[in-house]
Design a protein around this ligand. Sequence first.
Ligand code: GLU
Length: 255
Amino acid sequence: MRIVVKVGTSTLAHSTGHLNIRRVEELCRVLSDLKNAGHQVVLVSSGAIGMGVGKLGLKTRPTDMPGKQAAAAVGQCELMYTYDKLFGEYNHTVAQVLLTGEDVENPERRLNATNTLSRLLELGALPVINENDTVATHEIAVGDNDTLSAIVAECVSADLLVLLTDIDGLYTADPHKDKNAKLISRVEGVTDEILALAGGAGSSLGTGGMATKLRAAQMANAAGIDMVIANGDAPEVLYDIIDGKAVGTRFLAEK
Ligand code: GLU
């Protein structure tokens, strides 16, 4: 199976902005094991800005463009250093791929990126993808990694896209506010009714939220790819997800 896994800042970092070491170690162990089992894995990782905030000792996430770009430049290094070290322990080789909206919208550049990703997978490497936040201003940015991960899944013709986040999946209502909210385990078609279930943006460290995840589901499903939203608390859930077990919310591909 060719799997694209997206992890959000809320999964990778503590609320301080510093790395959640235990979580990231588990994630790298599980992904390494999936590779050992013969799966091809692409990791779309957020966390550059969040980790830059931690490393620079900033009190809050910067809101201005140069501030975010500077934080991303610092945090992206830390992110790749961490992945290189942890995947290296299991003899897997990581490859950093930083993309912007322009790289995936322009057909020629998209083909270039796709060819590189395919070659990396053929070579047995594990591409780690993020938006190139240091240079991506609003006009040229994809803007969020949920959307970016759906684009990447389409480029590499993935069999499955998994978004690991800080909630178990899509609920019938906001579970933080409504005790009767129920997890929806399967979605066949992201209808307007489903879209209406998305609340606002996510945590203080990341940029996503349910709305961008549902948009990613629409894109992946339209490209014939199943997508799962699951809690990144325990990266071991990836084993069950790949076995097709009911974990989180599965959005079924259009046939
Ligand atoms: N690219 C951003 C980062 O690495 C995160 C974008 C997102 O969370 O959607 O910090």
